[in-house]
Design a protein around this ligand. Structure first.
Ligand SMILES: [Zn+2]
Ligand SMILES: [Zn+2]
Length: 287
């Protein structure tokens, strides 16, 4: 699909989940975060839904996808972008199937070549040459360069997408840039060439596990430093553990850096002068 020269459409981003791989509360844990009454401290596994004009794009389909799609009223997905192959980002692939009941056109899925190879192997009954008859009708495309997503419904709409290579321990992961917005999860390092691909981005969502250092994720200090290098107007942290009490940590962050939370919506007008807005009332507590 050719790239578009047109201005990017206005974006509405919904953070479907903002927790680390266990989710928060952690099963069996009675710590102050896992027992917190603040709904901001309930975190499903990370995923993000991006509405770009008429298009709906999902980043990752983890084990909580079905519940997330229900509470965000997601009725339409035109494409899925996978960050990497870990369980907390792909285990909901099968729950994409109901989206084919009313529109049987295959669902394009995008990932790095490395992730595509692992997904093809692990989910051979979906992505293999002879898929199981009832499996989700998905096509998996390995991408390295900027490409365009169009409607799975009527070929209208058009958004350019830039893959952003990152490092998550020894695992290569992919961040995704949609015009003025980039979603950068599961990384402890973003190389200089990838930071350059983020030039001019207005809003980012960035991995920030907790205060203490971790070998495969940014800690808060490292994430703030990376946010400074990228230079977006607003940064939202995700993939937090039960070390992180929302209200306490939010108060410690710089003014332009916030903790994401499940249900947070961010709107970015296509007019670059407009500031992004977030609406704290969007938090959902029906988990
Ligand atoms: Zn993860
Ligand atoms: Zn806990």
């Amino acid at each position: 699909m050719p790239l578009s020269d047109a201005a990017p459409p206005s974006l509405r981003i919904t953070l479907l989940g903002t927790g680390t791989s266990t989710g928060v509360p952690v099963l069996g844990c009675d710590c102050r975060v896992c027992t917190s009454a603040d709904p901001h401290d309930e975190r499903l596994r990370c995923a993000c839904y991006i509405e770009a004009g008429p298009l709906g794009i999902l980043v990752d389909a983890g084990p909580d996808f079905r519940q997330q799609a229900r509470r965000a009223n997601i009725e339409r997905i035109d494409a899925v972008c996978f960050t990497h192959h870990h369980f907390d980002h792909v285990a909901g692939i099968d729950d994409l199937r109901p989206l084919f009941y009313r529109n049987s056109r295959p669902m394009p899925c995008y990932s790095s070549a490395n992730t595509a190879e692992i997904l093809r192997e692990r989910y051979a009954y979906i992505f293999g040459d002879n898929p199981y008859p009832g499996a989700a009708r998905v096509t998996l495309r390995a991408v390295e360069e900027c490409f365009a997503i169009t409607s799975r419904y009527d070929d209208t709409g058009h958004v350019n997408v830039q893959p952003i290579p990152m490092q998550h321990g020894n695992t290569p992961t992919t961040g995704w840039r949609f015009g003025p917005f980039a979603y950068l999860t599961d990384a402890h390092h973003i190389p200089d060439e990838s930071v350059a691909l983020l030039d001019g981005v207005e809003v980012i969502v960035l991995d920030a596990l907790r205060a203490r250092p971790h070998p495969t994720h940014f800690s808060f200090d490292g994430a703030v430093e990376m946010a400074r290098r990228i230079g977006a107007r607003e940064t939202y942290f995700i993939h937090m553990t039960h070390d992180v009490l929302h209200a306490e940590q939010e108060a410690r962050l710089p003014d332009d850096v916030h903790l994401g939370y499940d249900g947070l919506q961010i709107e970015i007008d296509s007019t670059p002068a407009e500031a992004p807005t977030h609406t704290p009332s969007d938090v959902q507590s029906d988990a």
